[in-house]
Ligand binder design. Structure first.
Ligand code: MN
Length: 129
C-alpha cells in the first residue's frame, strides 16, 4: 500500500507548449510508462489542451467543474462532475474547461505518451457546440 495525502501531490504547471490557458498536472500513478498513467488535470476557465490522440485511448473522469470534449469532426460534448468520456485509440480530440468554470478531470491512459498535433484549438473551434 502506498498512501499519498492530498497535500503531498505535486501539482505542476503544464506550460503552454501543448495547452492554451492555465493548466496544472498532478501525477497520481507511480510508474506511468509502460503501465497505467493516472493524471489529475486542473484547467482554469477557458483553458484547454491542443489537438491530440492517445495510442491506447483515454478515459476521462470528470471530478469537478464543467468542460467540453470535442472531436475533429466537430462533435462536442459538455461534461460535468461524475461524467466519463472515453476516446478510442487514435481519435483526434481536445478537452478543457468552459469559459466560466474550472474543470478537474482524471485522465487514465496506457500505451505511452500523448501524440500532440501541431495545432492549437482555435477560439472558433473552442466556442463551437
Ligand atoms: Mn485526450
Amino acid at each position: 500500500m502506498d498512501h499519498t495525502p492530498a497535500e503531498a501531490i505535486d501539482w505542476t504547471d503544464a506550460g503552454d507548449e501543448h495547452f492554451t490557458g492555465k493548466v496544472r498536472f498532478g501525477q497520481l500513478s507511480k510508474a506511468p510508462d509502460p503501465g497505467l498513467n493516472a493524471l489529475g488535470v486542473l484547467f482554469e476557465p477557458g483553458a484547454r489542451t491542443d489537438w491530440h490522440t492517445h495510442p491506447d485511448g483515454q478515459v476521462l473522469y470528470i471530478a469537478s467543474g464543467a468542460g467540453k470534449v470535442q472531436k475533429d469532426d466537430g462533435e462536442t460534448v459538455h461534461v460535468s462532475a461524475g461524467d466519463v468520456v472515453y476516446s478510442p485509440a487514435g481519435e483526434t480530440h481536445w478537452h478543457g474547461a468552459t469559459e466560466h468554470s474550472y474543470l478537474m478531470h482524471l485522465s487514465l491512459t496506457t500505451g505511452g505518451p500523448t501524440q500532440w498535433l501541431p495545432d492549437k484549438v482555435s477560439d472558433e473551434d473552442y466556442r463551437r457546440g
